[in-house]
Design a protein around this ligand. Structure first.
Ligand SMILES: [Zn+2]
Length: 431
């Protein structure tokens, strides 16, 4: 017993020293990167003014987010972009969460008692409506001394990560957290960069994606969405086809001036849009973006009835951009509190819910049965909840759509193949 105590006492100074070094490193990191980034952002040379301009550039070609359905000369029906008549959608997403925890280095969520998991859980408990999509590499390894992802240590289906998986599954079961895929290694062994699929051909990239899905499934996760590590979509964007072939419902492959929009704007930064046959959900607000730029973008998104897509990295770091460090965490809470002032007009959704809803909208068929009855049929593969349609009065022959004589109907759940009759007079719906 005394021997054991002696050993513990001997080890104490070393542990203390190590802790101290780690703490000292955090302070140095903050001073070098944290303050620099703050100053950089405050004096506005970070390109964030340009950021807002780029975000709205060419967006007007997309007009708004309504789907107009003209039934016949008697009646005009417009399908609203979001369910339950909500004005806009809000989704929050974090990249790079991983069970790998290398001692002394930054925690990407592997330490269930660590600060980053605490912040995440606090966020979900303070704001009870928000939903979060987590993009996970199947086999992330980290060398944070270099700020790089570089080697294999253990995949997320590793036996030693069972507790971590259960923690994640618990959150998934609440319906507020979605698990999506963020590549296999996150690391490109040829280019020695974080952009795993950069320059890879279809033949080289597909086995990596297949392997990553196998690992996810063996860990008990069935992702519907994919975000490429460091935005690289392979040679000729071949990852888009691979994602479709592997049955993904959506990609999250664009941000302002990055991903699909790196060279020219291929997809909207403010709305979910189809690209080469798969729906893309953009990120448009990154953690720590200047407040005036953030609210300018939120206004633009609301005007177009788009999606506010707030993105961060699941780490407590000052050198990893938009990480959930204390500064950005406080920023996120303050932005969300501001949005909560009018939370009734927001549809809080995970990315897969947004994708499914948009996919559903393409499969809704509307016919006019009589002057008083509309038939709404769901020909898609998902049940649609809260479908909202606006109907202009029946006497509109050859007249333009006029907001004054419209009525709005929020329909109940319609499952695959089901038909609902909307009674235009009574504002009621029945099977
Ligand atoms: Zn990443």
């Amino acid at each position: 017993m005394i021997k054991k105590i002696k050993i513990i006492i001997k080890k104490l100074p070393l542990t203390y020293m190590l802790l101290n070094i780690s703490r000292r490193l955090r302070i140095v990191e903050f001073l070098v990167f944290g303050l620099f980034i703050r100053i950089f952002s405050i004096i506005g040379i970070s390109g964030s003014i340009d950021y807002a301009k780029k975000a709205v550039h060419k967006e007007d070609n997309l007009k708004n987010n309504h789907l107009e359905v003209k039934i016949n000369h008697e009646c005009i029906t417009i399908i609203e972009p979001w369910p339950y008549g909500k004005k806009l959608a809000l989704t929050i997403n974090f990249d790079d969460i991983s069970p790998n925890k290398e001692k002394g280095l930054t925690d990407f969520g592997g330490d269930l008692n660590g600060i980053i998991v605490k912040r995440f859980e606090e966020l979900l408990s303070i704001l009870r409506e928000i939903k979060v999509t987590l993009f996970i590499p199947a086999l992330l390894s980290i060398d944070l001394a270099k700020g790089r992802f570089y080697k294999q240590i253990g995949s997320i289906d590793d036996r030693k990560y069972e507790r971590w998986r259960n923690w994640l599954k618990h959150w998934e079961s609440t319906g507020r957290v979605e698990v999506a895929l963020h590549g296999l290694y996150h690391y490109n062994y040829v280019k020695k960069s974080q952009a795993e699929f950069e320059g890879l051909s279809y033949e080289k990239a597909k086995p990596l994606m297949v392997r990553s899905l196998e690992i996810m499934q063996s860990a008990g996760f069935f992702p519907l969405g994919f975000r490429p590590p460091a935005w690289a979509l392979g040679f000729s964007n071949c990852l888009i086809n691979i994602a479709k072939e592997l049955g993904f419902a959506y990609i999250a492959a664009s941000g302002v001036n990055i991903g699909l929009n790196s060279y020219e704007k291929l997809v909207s930064d403010l709305l979910p849009t189809y690209y080469q046959g798969i729906i893309n959900i953009p990120q448009n607000i990154v953690l720590g973006l200047r407040n005036n730029i953030t609210f300018k973008l939120i206004n633009e998104i609301e005007a177009r009835r788009g999606v506010i897509s707030i993105k961060g990295h699941f780490a407590d770091s000052y050198y990893l951009a938009s990480s959930l460090n204390i500064t950005n965490y406080k920023w996120l809470i303050s932005i969300l509190y501001e949005l909560y002032k009018e939370k009734d007009k927001i549809w809080f959704a995970s990315m897969s819910e947004i994708a499914k809803y948009k996919i559903c909208l393409k499969s809704i068929r509307i016919q006019q049965e009589s002057s008083n009855i509309l038939i709404v049929k769901n020909e898609g593969k998902y049940t649609i909840d809260g479908l909202t349609i606006k109907i202009a009065n029946n006497d509109l022959t050859n007249r333009p759509y006029n907001q004054k004589n419209e009525e709005r109907f929020v329909l109940p759940s319609i499952s695959t193949g089901e038909i609902y009759r909307v009674e235009l007079d009574s504002k009621k719906t029945k099977i």
